[in-house]
Write a protein that binds this ligand. Structure first.
Ligand code: BTN
Length: 244
């Protein structure tokens, strides 16, 4: 993996998307000063100071889009959870890709695809941008200003975290899985994912675009989709969405 460090940027995802054709496959665009971070569902990702990570992995696995690409956020989730465990911290995954510690968010992932429509060849994927932010060294004072419960690795461990080392560790682990994951898909990590899932057998509301599904989260399928059973006993297989 190559690293592209930016001293300051509005959003590493936005930058990676804009420059996707100039950025090599397997490049990590990262900064410690992100001024206008983006989150899922049109939310923003707050700037938590320079001792935290703001990064986007640029991947160009093929020019045609494959379903497995949408599961890469779940792979990154498992990788992050494994790295937290190396620091002695147990984390839980909220489908599809939120990581929380005791109900408090510690990282966020935003995946975006960039492509063009070619008249003859149809949709051509130019690159995938897998953005992630991790709270590594933050104070309770800053965390309290966020609109949802949040924590940081230094608070969970009681120690200052080396941000460069953390980032390298995440990327090394991600690379270890990556090729097999593209070949084998979500099944490669399903057990590791489920072991950390905090939503299973709970009553949940899932937002999919402008529709909300409510029911019991029963399982995660071999494709990484959420299996939900509503009050009329109807089963829904949700491939995308966010648990509210
Ligand atoms: C979320 O939980 O809503 C996703 C947040 C993703 C934040 C990261 S920080 C680095 C990258 N650049 C962005 O603008 N967003 C992602």
């Amino acid at each position: 993996m190559d690293f592209l460090y930016l001293e300051e940027i509005d959003s590493t995802n936005k930058y990676a998307k804009e420059w996707v054709n100039d950025i090599k496959d397997m490049t990590v665009v990262y900064t410690f000063r992100q001024t206008a971070g983006r989150g899922r569902l049109q939310r923003k990702w707050s700037y938590m100071g320079e001792d935290n990570i703001y990064a986007s992995i640029v991947l160009k696995p093929s020019s045609e889009y494959k379903e497995v690409y949408s599961n890469l956020t779940q792979l990154l989730c498992v990788v992050l959870a494994e790295v937290f465990e190396e620091y002695g911290v147990e984390s839980k995954i909220k489908w599809p890709n939120d990581i929380r510690i005791n109900g408090k968010k510690i990282s966020g992932i935003l995946a975006e695809g960039v492509g063009v429509n070619d008249k003859e060849k149809g949709y051509l994927l130019q690159g995938l941008v897998l953005g992630f932010g991790v709270n590594l060294n933050t104070s309770n004072e800053i965390l309290d200003k966020i609109d949802q419960p949040a924590t940081s690795l230094n608070i969970e461990t009681g120690k200052n975290i080396d941000k460069e080392k953390f980032l390298k560790n995440v990327i090394d682990k991600f690379c270890l899985y990556y090729n097999n994951f593209i070949e084998e898909g979500f099944l490669l990590i399903r057990e590791d994912y489920l072991r950390r899932a905090e939503f299973l057998n709970n009553e949940v509301a899932v937002k999919v675009f402008d529709k909300t599904y409510e029911g019991i989260a029963e399982d995660v399928t071999s494709d990484g989709a959420l299996k939900l059973r509503d009050k009329n006993n109807k089963e829904h297989i949700l491939l995308i969405g966010d648990i509210l």
